[in-house]
Write a protein that binds this ligand. Structure first.
Ligand SMILES: C[S@@+](CC[C@H](N)C(=O)[O-])C[C@H]1O[C@@H](n2cnc3c(N)ncnc32)[C@H](O)[C@@H]1O
Length: 249
């Protein structure tokens, strides 16, 4: 599905969120770096066209790997990276079976990705595995407002707006109906907090944005941060050297 959206993905994001996704993504990356931009190695999982990967780099991460299993999204990310002279690398990877060693990342960001993963609990376990002790994960995604009125207005907005956007940008009103559909299934802020605890994260919590229509879930791997920079631990910064998972599109 995302293969079809790749070329117009960034423009449509701006339209759908009135540009506000940029601010939320910046906040997610800031929370993930947690004031520790120096020598932080960041995995941007479900990176899509690379928005949060580039943000992590400009916000000071010493190394960034964007990972996604949709090759056309990665192609856009790589092309943007070349234009922006970014050092971020991009790897084809399935969130359910990450091709990275245990404990190599200081932070993991997931922007609008967890909701789309077939088994979000398994993905959180994988994230937990690749995070270093005291490393942080931040999941940014659509949320579910607690207030019933706000919630029904919000779903009504999504169900009205999405067909219009799909029709305008792709000539197909059904293109973005996956968003409200996936959100119905998604456990959102409170459910993801619970899932993070199940996956072994500590200090799991969430922050709401825009009346809870957006959620930022934060969790930390247990333990003390290791003394030396993880960038020297032997992880390749070249996506070509990362073993390819059996990824589908
Ligand atoms: C809505 S896009 C988000 C892209 C980007 N993070 C952003 O916020 O703009 C969701 C992305 O999740 C990716 N995705 C979904 N399931 C995945 C999985 N199991 N492994 C890797 N990527 C996955 C899709 O390929 C898609 O690029």
């Amino acid at each position: 599905m995302f293969s079809r959206l790749a070329q117009r993905y960034d423009m449509v994001n701006d339209v759908m969120s009135f540009g506000m996704h940029r601010k939320w993504k910046r906040e997610a990356v800031r929370l993930a770096l947690n004031g520790r931009s120096r020598a932080a190695l960041v995995l941007d999982l479900c990176c899509g066209t690379g928005d949060m990967s580039f943000l992590a780099e400009t916000m000071g991460a010493s190394g960034v790997i964007g990972a996604d299993f949709t090759l056309p999204m990665l192609a856009v990310a790589r092309s943007r990276g070349r234009k922006e002279r970014s050092r971020a690398s991009f790897a084809a990877a399935d969130a359910l079976r990450l091709p990275f060693r245990d404990g190599v990342f200081d932070a993991v960001t997931v922007g609008y990705g967890l909701r789309n993963i077939a088994d979000p609990q398994q993905a959180l376990s994988e994230i937990r595995r690749v995070l270093a002790p005291a490393g942080r994960v931040v999941v940014l995604d659509f949320g579910k407002p607690e207030n019933p009125l706000a919630r029904s207005l919000y779903f009504a907005y999504l169900k009205t707006m999405m067909p219009a956007v799909g029709w305008i940008f792709h000539g197909d009103p059904e293109t973005y109906l996956y968003i409200p559909a996936s959100l119905e299934r998604y456990p959102a802020q409170r459910g993801v907090e619970h899932m993070m605890r199940e996956a072994g994260f500590v200090n799991a919590r969430y922050e709401n944005r825009l009346l809870g229509t957006m959620g930022l879930n934060i969790g930390e791997a247990p333990g003390e941060p290791p003394p030396s920079p993880r960038a020297k631990r032997g992880i390749s910064s070249e996506s070509e050297k990362i073993p390819r998972p059996s990824a589908s599109e």
